[in-house]
Design a protein around this ligand. Structure first.
Ligand SMILES: NC(=O)c1ccc[n+]([C@@H]2O[C@H](COP(=O)([O-])OP(=O)(O)OC[C@H]3O[C@@H](n4cnc5c(N)ncnc54)[C@H](OP(=O)(O)O)[C@@H]3O)[C@@H](O)[C@H]2O)c1
Length: 321
């Protein structure tokens, strides 16, 4: 019996995720929900979903749906995820998990109470190249990590109606794509930094269009993290250690290729191929966790998403001050 998925909020990422579900064994896109019934019906026709709802609440209450993918703007993630959890659904919630750490805590607590699985859709964690990088690091191939350098930038069309340019929808570079470099550093160092400063540039709509962060951890390791929605960046990530370095090639957050270079002159490259965009890997992981009766992913635990939100919100507060 396949796992029956629902998708809540039918924008750009929802289409990519729905398309990649075809590569997930034992997955069925059962129902989709939009604020517009006709949009939901068109989406359901495109991706073969059985049910189309013109209200998010109707999806949450649909008895056949087991797990809901939340694909609304960041500022709505907490409310929509909670609605699904309270209806007994498992949840895969897009990044940024929530826009304040208290809400992230409350959400994970609600999931525990309801015995529902919840995970942030930080898909990078589950991509084969990223997992390979983690394996090299875990195996000591680059020694102790001393620095991380990562950026993510693209030229987003200036559209005041799009969520990226609207503060009330969580707009700006930091929350939308800065979350990736910060996730990388947090994933590698295991905690938020002991020291962190940022510089940013706000546009006339009061969203940060570029932000750069310098951070340091208690053992002295450093990170240099940068994001922009006004110019394309290298989109590379370098992880430096005492014995070598790893390069995740562009765009590193969805990389299919990486290189290990050791200070003794040895080097090794790895390349991975898969159909679609790569969202199938996080979806497969969610299904495995649900099948094992887990309410939390061992690879992307609640604490990691809560720490990431707390760090991003602390930086965002300084930007807004
Ligand atoms: N993992 C990734 O690679 C990735 C990539 C892009 C985005 N994301 C994340 O996914 C989320 C959605 O991003 P997106 O690019 O898909 O955004 P989008 O194209 O603007 O779609 C967002 C959807 O949310 C729903 N929505 C509900 N209330 C809304 C409101 N007041 N204003 C606008 N939309 C509203 C709409 O669906 P209905 O009209 O159907 O109700 C809309 O289509 C964001 O949190 C973003 O960070 C992740």
């Amino acid at each position: 019996m396949p796992i029956r998925w629902g998708i809540l909020g039918l924008g750009k990422i929802a289409k990519k995720f729905a398309s990649d579900l075809q590569y997930v064994p034992d997955a069925q896109l059962y129902a989709v929900a939009s604020r517009s019934k006709s949009k939901a019906e068109a989406f359901a026709r495109s991706f073969g979903a059985m049910q189309a709802f013109g209200s998010y609440a109707d999806l949450a209450l649909c008895p056949e749906v087991e797990v809901v993918y939340i694909a609304t703007p960041h500022t709505m993630h907490a409310v929509h995820s909670l609605m699904c959890i309270e209806a007994g659904k498992h949840v895969l919630c897009e990044k940024l998990f929530t826009t304040d750490a208290d809400a992230a805590h409350a959400l994970c607590h609600a999931a525990q109470t309801q015995q529902c699985f919840i995970m942030e859709a930080m898909w990078t964690q589950f991509l084969p190249a990223f997992r390979q990088m983690l394996e090299w690091v875990r195996d000591g191939q680059i020694g102790q990590i001393v620095a991380v350098q990562a950026d993510f930038g693209f030229r987003a069309p200036r559209n005041p109606h799009h969520r990226l340019w609207q503060p009330q929808l969580g707009g700006g570079a930091l929350w939308d794509i800065g979350c990736y470099p910060l996730f990388l550093a947090l994933r590698l160092f295991g905690t938020t930094p002991k020291w962190c400063v940022q510089a940013h540039y706000m546009d006339s709509q009061q969203v940060d269009v570029q932000t750069t962060i310098a951070a340091q951890w208690p053992n002295g390791a450093l990170a240099n993290l940068h994001c922009s929605i006004v110019y394309p960046m290298s989109c590379r990530a370098w992880i430096y250690g005492t014995q070598g370095r790893v390069l995740l090639r562009p765009r590193w957050h969805e990389s299919r290729s990486l290189r290990l270079e050791q200070w003794d002159g040895t080097s090794h490259s790895a390349t991975f191929q898969w159909p679609g965009f790569g969202y199938q890997f996080e979806a497969m992981h969610v299904q495995q966790c649900i099948a094992q009766g887990r309410i939390e992913s061992p690879e992307l635990p609640h604490t990691l998403s809560i720490q990431l939100v707390a760090w991003l919100c602390a930086v965002q507060c300084r930007i807004a001050a």
